[in-house]
Design a protein around this ligand. Structure first.
Ligand code: CDT
Length: 312
């Protein structure tokens, strides 16, 4: 008996600064219902889905940005989403900023995704590992990408969880560009990777990459899926948000590396795919039989060093 899971990518159009959590959650619920009517059992929302992409602005006093973060999940604003998902029997994955007070009383700022099962139970909350952009104000930029100011990198790495009848992993936006992300989960048998993203089309450090944003987005997720024999769901918050154009092109990728569904707009849009989780084994047991073919004894540099070390 094969295992099928119908998964939706619930792409969002922009969330402007003046939009309230309640307005955003109403949009998420509308897409949840649409996805359910299309047969979805799991709905994936974007990175930082509840707010505008606030790292585009720098504030000297970081506590002035605390209102962009959630202190608990669910909370008063998101409870209606949790309630409706449970009523429909649909699971979901939601990206948001989390402000955590540690045991030591210190504040920690994380960029996270929470995965919720069809019965409403929280499976896991994943913290973003690769934090892109810059730490300090760079006034010469047309807009900031100060994620390294607003978020700590996760010390936890990439877990996977048994849920939805399969083995599920998560990554967030920039994580998808790094092969280590997929391999870490591949080595735990991952069958479905969920990824929200906010990707400005204009890449300030090298604008020659702007025209390639869509290509690079598909390239990395198709490669990661194929090389690890896993499904990958990439979900954008796209469109023009506070004057910054962001990539749409949400995709669902099969273990073959083929795109089986793709968003056509840069607005709120639901796409679905019926994912055969047993399809993963066709790759994991053949060309990417890790146990048979990998050579970890000659891969020491992967974890032994960070940057490139050039030959003399
Ligand atoms: N949100 C996020 O991680 N965005 C980055 C933008 C490029 S780095 C400034 C991304 O990798 O898509």
């Amino acid at each position: 008996m094969s295992r099928h899971l119908t998964v939706a990518a619930a792409q969002m159009g922009p969330v402007q600064r003046e939009h309230t959590r309640e307005q955003v959650v109403a949009r998420l619920i509308a897409m949840l219902r649409r996805a359910h009517s299309m047969g979805a059992e799991l709905v994936v929302f974007p990175e930082l889905a509840l707010t505008t992409f606030f790292p585009r602005w720098f504030v000297d006093d970081i506590s002035e940005a605390d209102h962009w973060y959630e202190r608990s999940m669910p909370n008063a604003a998101t409870q209606p989403l949790f309630d409706e998902a449970r009523r429909l029997g649909v699971g979901f994955c939601l990206g948001y900023a989390h402000l955590e007070e540690g045991a030591d009383g210190d504040l920690h700022r994380w960029n996270v995704q929470t995965l919720v099962e069809r019965d409403g139970s929280v499976v896991a909350t994943y913290k973003k590992t690769h934090i892109p952009g810059h730490e300090h104000h760079e006034p010469d930029r047309p807009f900031q990408h100060a994620e390294r100011y607003y978020f700590e990198p996760s010390p936890e790495g990439f877990g996977v969880w048994r849920a939805f009848g399969g083995i599920i992993g998560m990554m967030i936006c920039n994580d998808r560009r790094w092969p280590e992300t997929y391999r870490e989960m591949g080595l735990q048998g991952v069958e479905l990777i969920l990824c929200g993203y906010n990707t400005p089309v204009h890449y300030v450090p090298d604008p020659s990459q702007d025209i390639l944003q869509g290509f690079h987005n598909a390239l990395v997720m198709q490669a990661g899926a194929y090389q690890n024999g896993t499904w990958v769901v990439g979900v954008a918050k796209g469109g023009v948000e506070e004057g910054v154009d962001s990539l749409g092109q949400s995709i669902i990728v099969a273990p073959s590396g083929q795109i089986v569904a793709q968003a056509l707009t840069t607005d709120d849009e639901v796409i679905v795919a019926r994912c055969d989780l047993d399809w993963c084994a066709r790759y994991k047991d053949t060309v990417f039989d890790f146990e048979r073919y990998r050579r970890p004894e000659v891969y020491g540099r992967i974890t032994g060093q960070r940057g490139a070390v050039l030959p003399r």
